[in-house]
Design a protein around this ligand. Structure first.
Ligand SMILES: Nc1ncnc2c1ncn2[C@@H]1O[C@H](COP(=O)(O)OP(=O)(O)OP(=O)(O)O)[C@@H](O)[C@H]1O
Length: 321
């Protein structure tokens, strides 16, 4: 059997701060196949971005990967040297950030930035690189790419800037793209267009996509699978339709009930009571138990992930059945 595009197994990424150890990512495992989209969902601080940064080799002190395996096309990435990372990033693995200006340089024309991004990884002529840039801009729905290439980032609207950042991510036809809330700051129509285009591009090119978001409704219709994170752990995972139709972890259920569009008219919008716990003070038990209406005494024990159905995991001693 050939290796999955991406295999993450038992990943633990901790911050060693003066105040204590922050277990930002605590025993996270999942797989992603070529051309598939995985949604990584959870509230702020649940460890989604740090999971993405770990896969990209972007963890800096005081953070460190303390355990686990991250394999791309069967090759373990956890022990790569920085020079090897530079060959991979922007080439085989690309990242799209919430703020496109994390990718774009405000003082350089778009053509300069895009051509540089191609030539950093390919020994081809500037003309061929430019042709690739034009094609990438057209693929993300930017009309008149020649004119656009001569512009500076400030001459684009927010949605257009994000499209350019996506075009840059696509330039070298990566195997994997990690998108960290890239449409959160955009209006709903633009968001819908970008989600649709990303889905099409991944299907066409066989690129795997990890879409990080706090909003489960974004994942519906976009992702194939979803991992729901809480306090650094995956509490539920599986095919997106199954999870949206029948959430088993009380936290996933709470997240779904707090989406306005899924709420029954006239009924007040549900909220998950309480706050996310400090990741420094987490014991072994279920981190959600203080906020959970189904919690019982045994939730003080570590809940192992169980497999209630093929392809589905849930980390809860008292799941919703
Ligand atoms: N430099 C740091 N030192 C200590 N803790 C950190 C540091 N950076 C992040 N963390 C902690 O790691 C945890 C996970 O953060 P992460 O950014 O992955 O969450 P997230 O789910 O992506 O949230 P958001 O949606 O707000 O980005 C958070 O509790 C955060 O406080």
């Amino acid at each position: 059997m050939s290796a999955s595009l991406l295999e993450v197994e038992g990943l633990r990424m901790h911050f060693f701060t003066r105040a204590g150890v922050v277990k930002a990512v605590d025993d996270v495992s999942f797989r992603l196949e070529r051309g598939k989209i995985l949604g990584l969902v959870g509230e702020s601080g649940s460890g989604k971005s740090m999971t993405g940064y770990s896969i990209l080799g972007l963890v800096d002190a005081p953070g460190r990967i303390v355990a686990g395996r991250i394999a791309l096309n069967g090759t373990d990435l956890t022990n790569l040297e920085e020079a090897q990372w530079r060959k991979l990033r922007g080439n085989r693995i690309a990242m799209i950030f919430q703020d496109p200006m994390m990718t774009l340089n405000p003082v350089l024309r778009i053509d300069t930035q895009m051509v540089e991004a191609v030539l950093a990884h390919h020994s081809i002529s500037r003309e061929s690189a430019l042709a690739r840039c034009r094609e990438a801009l057209s693929r993300v729905g930017i009309a008149a790419p020649d004119e656009r290439l001569r512009a500076y980032p400030h001459q684009f609207s927010g949605g257009m800037r994000q499209r350019v950042a996506i075009a840059i991510a696509l330039l070298n036809k990566p195997d994997l793209i990690i998108a960290d809330e890239p449409t959160t700051a955009l209006d709903v129509t633009i968001q819908g267009q970008i989600l649709h285009e990303m889905q099409r591009l991944c299907r066409e090119s066989g690129t795997g996509l990890i879409w990080i978001t706090h909003d489960l409704s974004v994942i519906a219709g976009l992702a194939d699978d979803v991992c729901v994170m809480y306090a650094g752990r995956i509490v539920e995972s599986g095919a997106v339709d199954g999870i949206l139709d029948r959430p088993m972890h009380p936290y996933t259920r709470g997240l779904l009930e707090s989406i306005p569009s899924r709420n029954v008219r006239g009924r007040p919008l549900a909220q998950i009571p309480g706050m996310t716990p400090s990741l420094m003070a987490l014991g072994d038990g279920c981190a959600f138990r203080e906020r959970c209406i189904r919690a019982q005494d045994d939730c003080r024990l570590a809940p192992a992930a169980t497999i209630p159905a093929p392809g589905r995991t849930v980390r809860c001693l008292h799941p919703v059945s």
